[in-house]
Design a binder for this molecule. Structure first.
Ligand code: IPE
Ligand code: IPE
Ligand code: MG
Length: 234
């Protein structure tokens, strides 16, 4: 190996906006739900791959606070897929992946909420990848929720720091994402991790999420290694 050749550095925390399922299905003249089914498969492959390469944190956007605007059948299809995923207790059981859900669970079906708790508790001692799945997640909703929690805690205004806010988000205790990946050709955050992404690096691609493969993730990480993060310094 060339002495100049450096080993790639893995970001500590990667966040992915799993977008493009609908367009993937449309291209194949399939119902949108077929795209979500394919997207769910990609999610499992990518989460397993991240665990295998030793990533510490992966946060995926699965359903936003705005996604309720979609036709009832599509929302129900996504909720059914989520239910199937959660019931599949074998999912990540032997893989040492710790699962957590971020977002407002209040409007979710009772059985889904119970399954979420079961998945979190069942994996809480895992020491591999920390996998955060964002369901009914919105960054503005998260900040609003944090403000309410902070006020209710009775803390005085002078004592509130940036850390106080971070500690009251759904992602409390989790480092900010170093790297945010959005496939599907859109160049926006769509209300994802808006507080946490202040100094994240971004990677966009036209690939539709169901077509996203570990090789694309590797390419993204390779590009990440070329970035020069300064955090306002020099
Ligand atoms: C992402 O794929 C999945 C969710 C938002 C639930 P989309 O369903 O947004 O796919 P496009 O953007 O319509 O292709
Ligand atoms: C973002 O994708 C949400 C998820 C991937 C879960 P959307 O498809 O909802 O985003 P917009 O509407 O194109 O911004
Ligand atoms: Mg979309």
């Amino acid at each position: 190996m060339n002495r100049e050749e450096k080993k790639r550095i893995l970001p500590r925390h990667i966040a992915i906006i799993m977008d493009g399922n609908g367009r993937w299905a449309k291209k194949r003249s399939l119902p949108r739900t077929a795209g979500h089914i394919a997207g769910a498969k990609t999610f499992k492959t990518i989460a397993r791959y991240c665990n295998k390469i030793g990533l510490e944190y992966l946060t995926v956007y699965a359903f936003s606070t705005e996604n309720w605007k979609r036709p009832k059948e599509e929302v129900e299809g996504i909720m059914d897929l989520l239910r199937d995923y959660l019931k599949d207790a074998e999912n990540f059981k032997d893989e040492n992946i710790r699962v957590r859900f971020i977002g407002d669970r209040t409007p979710l079906a009772e059985d889904i909420k119970a399954l979420m708790v079961k998945n979190e508790e069942g994996s809480e001692n895992a020491t591999g990848l920390n996998l955060n799945i964002a369901i009914n997640y919105g960054g503005r909703d998260e900040i609003t929720h944090a403000v309410k929690k902070i006020i209710n805690s009775g803390i005085s205004a002078e004592d509130i720091t940036e850390q106080t806010i971070s500690d009251n988000l759904y992602t409390a205790g989790c480092p900010d994402p170093d790297f945010i990946i959005r496939p599907s050709g859109e160049y926006r955050l769509s209300n994802y991790l808006i507080w946490q992404s202040a100094y994240s690096e971004y990677w966009f691609s036209d690939i539709l999420w169901p077509d996203f493969k570990p090789k694309h993730l590797e390419k993204a990480i390779e590009d990440y290694n070329q970035r020069n993060r300064r955090f306002g310094g020099i």
